[in-house]
Design a protein around this ligand. Sequence first.
Ligand code: HAX
Length: 434
Amino acid sequence: MSTLKAKLAQKIAEHRPRTTRLVKEYGDVKVADVKIEQVIGGARGIRSLVTDISYLDPMEGIRFRGYTIPETMAALPKPEGKDYPYVEGFWYLLLTGDIPTMEETLEIVEDFKKRSKVPEYVYDVLKALPKESHPMVMFSTAILAMEKESKFAKFYEEGFNKMTAWETMYEDATDLLARLPEIAAFIYRYKYKNGDIIAGDPNQDMGGNFAHMMGIGAPYDDVARMYFILHSDHESGNASAHTTHLVASTLSDAYYSLSAGLNALAGPLHGLANQEVLRWLQDVMDKLEGKEPTEEMMKQFVWDTLNSGQVIPGFGHAVLRKTDPRYQSQREFCEKHLPNDKIFKYVDMLYRVVPDILVEQGKAKNPWPNVDAQSGVIQWYYGITEYDFYTVMFGVGRAIGVLANITWDRALGYALERPKSLTTKMLEDIAGIK
Ligand code: HAX
């Protein structure tokens, strides 16, 4: 058994009595009241999920296993000469809550390499799709097509045991993570680079190998490490994490669950917003025919978008009430590596003009930028101008968080999810409407 799996087994054994005790001895303690506006409004803010992997404070932003983003980046082992940590070490942190040593991290790097071979039929499936299919369709399809590899599904067929089910979930999760960068890079090169596929480099870590297979030199390897870590987890209630958890709660395996979660990520109100930001900016630049916009012009574009009934992509959040620290983190990268980039300057201008306008409009509860406002700029700068692809890279990152979560879901035996519905008439009766 690998060091990580053994450590995880120990953590699970320690944690299980806490969950059992809460249910058995304190099961009827009330957690929250629920209002009609929450029931109709997308279950916003209803406390009904449990995860220890990350916590999202509305004012502070995300903490991964208790660590803020800067603390996470500083604490984890990094490849020599690089600014961002091994994604493999971050996987260890999300699963166990502990910072791995360099040795423990490198063990996972090797483990991922052993698992990284993508079955050939996955590429046949991708090639059978229309080339115009959205890259997220390709990504989700590739993962679903691989389901026959599931060790969890096999374990279920051969006689399921609730106590050990996490082990095959962990195996599937690790297999998937090891393969996702190659699948993502294949989709990119197949769709946008005339099928000129670059084979993986067995000497590289996950971030480095992704950059290599995309055909982009340093410091894009660090961009990949940063991007995957920043996009990994944002509590359990966001649509991609919640969908993955919901599907896994039926004892579907990680392939079904992750594919479903990615379909949620593909929505414009969620992960697709990063491509929408770039699309919106391109539209602005087209209208200006190469001229630099002034702040006044930018304000007018923002108002025009709002007045036509659309949202400003990359701004607002269902939970956060301040600038997303994932935005800040990427902004710092831009300041260091691409301070004079034209698109970065436009995005910065948006940061100056949009919040005031959203406040003036008076609808959005959070006028500040989220992760998606900044991420496309960096990708564009390093040559990935095909913005339809951005959500796929978000998906590789998001997989780390949701797969860690469903491994723990099985470890703690979380139940089949099944909230209760009411009719409109029932709500009217509860409200006392005659
Ligand atoms: N531009 C214009 N209007 C906005 C807005 C924005 N950026 N953000 C919120 N609003 C509007 C909402 O559409 C809503 O209007 P209606 O009452 O007419 O329906 C109103 O303000 C209240 O919304 P809210 O409570 O502040 O926000 P929600 O929790 O309903 O939605 C969203 C959160 C992120 C979906 C929302 O802010 C939005 O649409 N933002 C733009 C899209 C985006 O950037 N999505 C990515 C979010 C980060 C993420 O999950 N990445 O994956």
